[in-house]
Design a protein around this ligand. Structure first.
Ligand code: AOS
Ligand code: ZN
Length: 388
């Protein structure tokens, strides 16, 4: 069993990266509900993200999405973040919001459009140079809606070509994080539908290419912790995009519907000591908050990951290994369930107190007056959001 002091130290050292787009307006293809106080600039998004860190103590990094977070001076944006106690993290490329991309971006049959998409990916690496970011996160909306619409194999060739050109441009400490998704916006097939496809492309590219597991991008019933264990074993798990899905939407709060799944995922991480920031795994959130207030939803999400992590850290590994070796099916399962069923909230309150934080981040944020302040101050201008 891990010593209590080690559990506490691991919890204090945990790092979760939050997405800039979580603070902007978002919605479905049916409606985007605007919320008062929503940021109008990348700086205001970072200021909101800094609140999540201020109250949780474990979310000091903010992912950017380009062009949503385009600014003239990225070094200045990085300084702005540092002044608020956070830093800039992964750069997310956006090759899905342009009329040119109707039939795809890097896999488009038109070489001009492929070139345009590749130029954007290369621009994102330029931005990484300026922000000091390590991670280029690539998600392609590319795919087809109808059998015969395009040549599946040729699209793989085009994808490989763009990935390779981007990979060549990476600096020594930079890497590609390749994300997969088996649906949306294309529904007959997507060009990177699953972890196997992402993994195969990463293997060809080299060690600086790793897979991102977006927890919302799987068919119901998929054993995500198997994918975690496999990619970890192969040294190709680069990051998570944490969120939750019930049917198709993948933007809901992580751990909200299935905290047991999140625990099982974190168990695979903890079991090989991959929680430490030095392990290189980027634990990101990828969420939008359409009907709930955004900053509290981000705080709640960070706390959900933290709770699942605490339970995973409490697994009695010695007892688990002994039961597994003895073929004790119920015993092994019981060890795991004991950890999952432990109420870790008192422990987490203590850890927060040790970190100089309020033991109840949700209540502390609500009391802080920040929500009222941004509603009063952020009047006029164009609210951030991806439109729909
Ligand atoms: C889209 O489904 C993916 O999860 C991407 O990570 C995307 O870049 C992000 O959700 C922002 O739209
Ligand atoms: Zn994602």
């Amino acid at each position: 069993m891990t010593e209590q002091s080690e559990v506490r130290a691991a919890l204090r050292a945990q790092r979760i990266e939050v997405p800039s787009w979580a603070y902007g307006n978002s919605g479905t293809r049916f409606k985007v509900f605007a919320q008062p106080g929503v940021p109008r600039t990348p700086e205001e998004k970072i200021a909101d993200a800094a609140q999540v860190h201020a109250f949780t103590g474990i979310a000091p990094i903010v992912s950017l999405h380009i062009p949503w977070d385009r600014v003239d001076d990225y070094a200045k944006l990085a300084s702005y973040a540092a002044e608020r106690g956070v830093r800039l993290g992964a750069i997310n490329a956006n090759v899905f919001q342009d009329d040119d991309y109707r039939l795809g971006s890097v896999t488009n049959p038109d070489p001009r459009i492929r070139r345009k998409a590749l130029d954007h990916l290369l621009e994102c690496v330029d931005i990484m140079d300026a922000t000091g970011s390590r991670d280029l996160k690539l998600w392609f909306s590319d795919g087809t809606n109808y059998p015969g619409q395009d040549d599946i194999r040729a699209r793989q060739d085009r994808l490989a070509e763009a990935l390779s050109a981007t990979y060549q441009r990476l600096g020594p400490d930079q890497r590609i994080l390749l994300e997969y998704k088996f649906f949306e916006p294309a529904f007959y097939m997507t060009d990177v539908p699953d972890w196997g496809t992402a993994y195969a492309h990463c293997l060809k590219l080299g060690e600086k290419a790793q897979v991102v597991i977006d927890t919302g991008h799987h068919a119901p019933g998929t054993n995500i912790e198997f994918i975690v264990a496999f990619l970890l074993r192969e040294g190709r798990l680069g990051a998570f995009d944490f969120n939750s899905r019930f049917y198709a939407d993948d933007d809901l709060m992580v751990g909200s519907a299935d905290p047991f799944q999140l625990f099982r995922i974190m168990h695979e991480i903890v079991r090989v000591d991959a929680l430490r920031p030095e392990s290189g795994i980027n634990f990101m959130l990828d969420q939008c908050h359409n009907i709930e207030p955004k900053i509290p939803a981000q705080i709640r999400s960070v706390l959900n990951v933290q709770e699942a992590t605490a339970k995973a850290l409490l697994v009695d590994t010695e007892a688990l290994t002994a039961a597994q070796s003895a073929g004790d099916v119920l015993g092994a399962n019981g060890v795991l369930m004991d950890a999952f069923n432990t109420d870790v909230r008192p422990l987490l309150r203590e850890v927060r107190a040790e970190m100089g934080l309020d033991p109840d981040p949700m209540a502390a944020y609500a009391r802080s007056g920040y929500a009222e302040k941004i509603v009063a101050e952020r009047v006029g201008g164009q609210q951030a959001g991806w439109g729909a």
